[in-house]
Design a protein around this ligand. Structure first.
Ligand code: SAM
Length: 201
């Protein structure tokens, strides 16, 4: 488990944006989310996207009628995303903030949380907080649809996420409706992503 002192900090993430070093960025909305949307498996309404990065999911969902709130504590991410939305004449609430410090006005506000390469970006000791925070922010019965990165490597970020990790962390607070390796991953993530559809108990 990572020591808190060795955690990847806000300035470490920001540096990636400043040096254009974003190996995680697919350059498009992750295809499994498009399929979930086509299959009407994403509840319409208020969606939260934590650690949104340059926000391809944000743009996709905003253009398909969702009321999007996106959170990222890196200025580079937020600046890029605001520009993308403006260019497309889309609206969304983009917060440059720490996901773990969203204030109480967000409590029970969201129908849906979209997880994309954020759970693997935080330190493993923060995973419990991620789950508790998600529970706090979702409405009763709210959904979390996520792609969880199975790097099968030591260390991080990105930190490896196994099927067991997902079950261990989420099963106490969420019903696990679906959990499988999606065949629809983008090329660079083939066989490396767990698709999970979870519902707040
Ligand atoms: C690996 S990137 C993924 C970005 C995006 N989800 C994607 O897949 O393209 C992780 C992002 O999470 C952000 N981040 C990390 N810890 C955060 C925190 N505690 N609160 C808000 N954002 C955070 C970083 O700034 C970075 O943009």
């Amino acid at each position: 488990m990572a020591e808190e002192s060795k955690d990847y900090k806000q300035e470490d993430w920001q540096r990636h944006y400043e040096t254009n070093d974003m190996g995680w960025d697919l350059g498009q909305v992750a295809p499994p989310f498009v399929k979930l949307w086509e299959d009407k498996k994403l509840p319409p309404g208020k969606v939260l996207i934590p650690g949104c990065g340059r926000g391809h999911e944000v743009v996709f969902l905003a253009s398909n009628g969702f009321e999007v709130t996106a959170v990222d504590f890196s200025e580079g991410a937020v600046t890029h995303l605001n520009k993308s939305l403006k260019e497309r004449n889309l609206s969304g609430r983009i917060l440059q903030q720490d996901f773990f410090r969203l204030d109480d006005s967000h409590n029970s506000y969201y129908d849906l949380i979209i997880e994309q390469t954020f759970f693997c970006a935080i330190s493993p000791w923060q995973r419990k907080g991620y789950v508790l925070n998600s529970v706090r922010l979702l409405k009763p019965g709210g959904m979390l649809a996520g792609l969880f990165y199975h790097t099968e490597k030591q260390g991080g970020p990105p930190y490896n996420t196994t099927r067991e990790d997902i079950k261990t962390h989420f099963s106490g607070k969420f019903i696990i409706h679906e959990l499988y390796k999606t065949p629809l991953s983008a090329e660079q993530r083939k066989n490396k992503e767990w698709l999970a559809i979870l519902q707040k108990k």
